[in-house]
Design a protein around this ligand. Structure first.
Ligand SMILES: Nc1ccn([C@@H]2O[C@H](COP(=O)(O)O)[C@@H](O)[C@H]2O)c(=O)n1
Ligand SMILES: C[C@@]1(CO)OP(=O)(O)OP(=O)(O)OC[C@H]1O
Length: 159
C-alpha cells in the first residue's frame, strides 16, 4: 500500500461560482483560480499523485498553460488517476476535509462523494468527505478562502 497527502487553498473571489467536489454550491462568492478552483478536487488529485510518486497537480496541469484556464477539475482528477492506474496502483480509500467557515456544506457532502468517486470510476464509499469551520480563526475563519486536505491509500493493482 502507498499513502498520499494533498492540501490546497483558494481565496474567495466575487463573480465566480463556488465549486467543491464537482458540486456547484449556491453562495454569493466563489473561489479564485486558473481552473474552476475546486479546492477539494485539487487536494484529492495531489494526494493521488503523491501516493503514486507522480509529483503534484501543478506539474501535470500548470497554471501557466492556457489549456487549463477555466478547466473542470474533475477532468484533471480523472486524468491524474489514469496516470496512477497506469503506474500500477488503484484507490483503496480517500478521506478528505474541507475547511470553510461558510457556507454550510453538510447538505452537499454526499453529492461531492458521488461526483469525485464517479470521476475516478470508483465507489462513493471510497471517497469520504467531511467539513469543518475553524471556529472563526485564521484566514478560513475570516472567510478569506477555503482550504481542503485529502489522504489516500493506494493498493497495488492486481488486475
Ligand atoms: N462549512 C461547514 C463547516 C462545518 N460543517 C458541519 O458542521 C459541523 C461542525 O463544524 P465545527 O467546525 O463547528 O466543528 C461539522 O462537523 C460539519 O458537519 C458544515 O456543514 N459546513
Ligand atoms: C489547477 C491549476 C491549473 O489550472 O490551476 P488553479 O485552479 O489555480 O489551482 P491550483 O491548486 O492553484 O494549482 C494547480 C493548477 O495547475
Amino acid at each position: 500500500m502507498r499513502i498520499g497527502l494533498g492540501t490546497d487553498i483558494h481565496a474567495f473571489a466575487d463573480d465566480r461560482p463556488l465549486i467543491l467536489g464537482g458540486v456547484t454550491i449556491p453562495y454569493d462568492r466563489g473561489l479564485a483560480g486558473h481552473s474552476d478552483a475546486d479546492v477539494l478536487a485539487h487536494a484529492l488529485t495531489d494526494a493521488l499523485l503523491g501516493a503514486a510518486g507522480l509529483g503534484d497537480i501543478g506539474r501535470h496541469f500548470p497554471d501557466t498553460d492556457p489549456a487549463y484556464k477555466g478547466a473542470d477539475s474533475l477532468v484533471l482528477l480523472k486524468e491524474a488517476y489514469r496516470l496512477v492506474r497506469q503506474a500500477g496502483y488503484r484507490l483503496g480509500n480517500a478521506d478528505c476535509v474541507i475547511m470553510a467557515q461558510a457556507p454550510k456544506l453538510a447538505p452537499y457532502i454526499d453529492q461531492m462523494s458521488r461526483q469525485l468517486a464517479g470521476a475516478l470510476d470508483e465507489r462513493p464509499g471510497q471517497v469520504h468527505i467531511k467539513a469543518t469551520t475553524t471556529e472563526k480563526l485564521g484566514f478560513v475563519g475570516r472567510q478569506e478562502g477555503i482550504a481542503a486536505q485529502a489522504v489516500v491509500l493506494l493498493t497495488v493493482d492486481s488486475e
